[in-house]
Design a protein around this ligand. Structure first.
Ligand SMILES: [Mg+2]
Length: 303
């Protein structure tokens, strides 16, 4: 594939299959002959679309997003939006999108707090729960009937999420509870996220790392990407086999890894955290690379 640089494509369509053909390559200098036959990215039945970095950056929608989503809906595609933002309820995420002119229902959104509520109700409905988190998360858990608790002697489960007010007291409470045997849960493990200025700032992964360092324990259950619980819920929601769905996101370590783990075809967009990366050197390789979501349409309606 030498000579093909998907990030600097001179071609009209900017999606590129990323896998080599599984049989011996023909002896040719024409790189296109070494590309396997893959479905066109518009041929899938359902699309699992990341939000931050794929649909919007901070509070700004990316260009022509509304048009591409409308086109997919007109083609009868199922759309679900998978985000690692656990600080907002699904209704508030839908309202945030609505304010950007993007029509999405709360039922089309899957975020880690939604996955966590479903999991905790099923497995730990009576377990005293300590939450390191912010925004809607504590209220959403309480509204679901889960018993919140801050007494390290009573806590049976610790849930870690993004928390701009994380401090030593919270670290110590969670440390004591986990050392006593509490279940160690996390909404998401992102190391950073892009803020509205496009700057990468610390995310829940940094808090998880602090707790793992002092407790010598690893997270027992992760609800967000790249763990598979979220994608399993997405597949269950659309009722389709993995190969009929396309997962699109800007982060190889979360979006692409989750899709690859379940055999869901993936597309990496360059509009978010991968924007400054010349190439994706991780082991989490997507099936397609797009400069942005609108490349799905080959630029035909997005001029
Ligand atoms: Mg993203």
């Amino acid at each position: 594939m030498k000579g093909l640089d998907p990030f600097n494509s001179p071609l009209e369509l900017s999606f590129f299959p990323q896998k080599s053909i599984p049989w011996p390559a023909p002896k040719t200098n024409e790189p296109w002959l070494n590309i396997p036959m893959l479905p066109h990215p518009l041929e899938y039945s359902a699309y699992f679309i990341d939000l931050d970095g794929t649909v919007y950056l901070g509070k700004r929608p990316l260009p022509n997003i509304k048009e591409v989503l409308q086109y997919l809906r007109e083609q009868g595609k199922r759309l679900l939006f998978l985000t690692n933002d656990a600080s907002l309820r699904r209704e508030r995420i839908a309202a945030k999108l609505h304010n950007m002119g993007i029509a999405v229902t709360p039922e089309e959104i899957i975020n880690p707090s939604y996955v966590a509520v479903r999991y905790l109700r099923q497995h730990h409905s009576d377990t005293p729960l300590y939450v390191i988190g912010e925004g809607d998360l504590p209220g959403e858990l309480a509204a679901a009937g889960l018993p919140l608790c801050a007494d390290p002697n009573q806590i049976g489960a610790v849930l870690v999420s993004t928390d701009h007010r994380f401090n030593y007291r919270k670290l110590k409470t969670a440390f004591n509870a986990i050392r006593r045997g509490a279940v160690f849960l996390a909404t998401n493990a992102d190391r950073t996220y892009p803020n509205q200025h496009g700057e990468e700032v610390p995310d829940a992964g940094a808090i998880i790392a602090a707790l793992e360092a002092c407790t010598a324990r690893s997270v027992d259950v992760l609800f967000g990407k790249p763990a598979t619980l979220m994608a399993e819920l997405a597949l269950e929601t659309v009722g389709l086999p993995a190969e009929q769905c396309l997962l699109i996101g800007d982060n190889p370590e979360t979006d692409i890894r989750m899709g690859n783990q379940l055999g869901i075809p993936t597309a990496l967009v360059r509009s978010g955290v991968a924007i400054n990366r010349k190439e994706n050197k991780s082991s989490d390789q997507p099936l397609y690379i797009l400069n942005q979501l609108t490349d799905l349409l080959g630029g035909s309606i997005c001029k």
